[in-house]
Design a protein around this ligand. Sequence first.
Ligand SMILES: [Zn+2]
Length: 89
Amino acid sequence: MPRAKKFYTWAFRRLFEYVEYKAAVVGISVEQVSPAYTSQRCSKCGFTHENNRPTSDGQAVFECLKCGYSPHADYNAVAGLRPAGSKVA
Ligand SMILES: [Zn+2]
């Protein structure tokens, strides 16, 4: 689709604005966090390496080479976003 990137940028900006508005109503601040390397970064110790994802076809697999932490890959990626966005307790 021509200009798809422009559409996605617009759609995500609108989504963020809605979330920010609704959160403000109940007193919650909203911050955007870069998703870069979240699939490769250990949410427990912070070690980041592409080999933390041992197989290319097992998308659910995550195992930290440094500390051995091995949660579901999707859980790890989401949990890894928390420190960067949790300046307020
Ligand atoms: Zn680790």
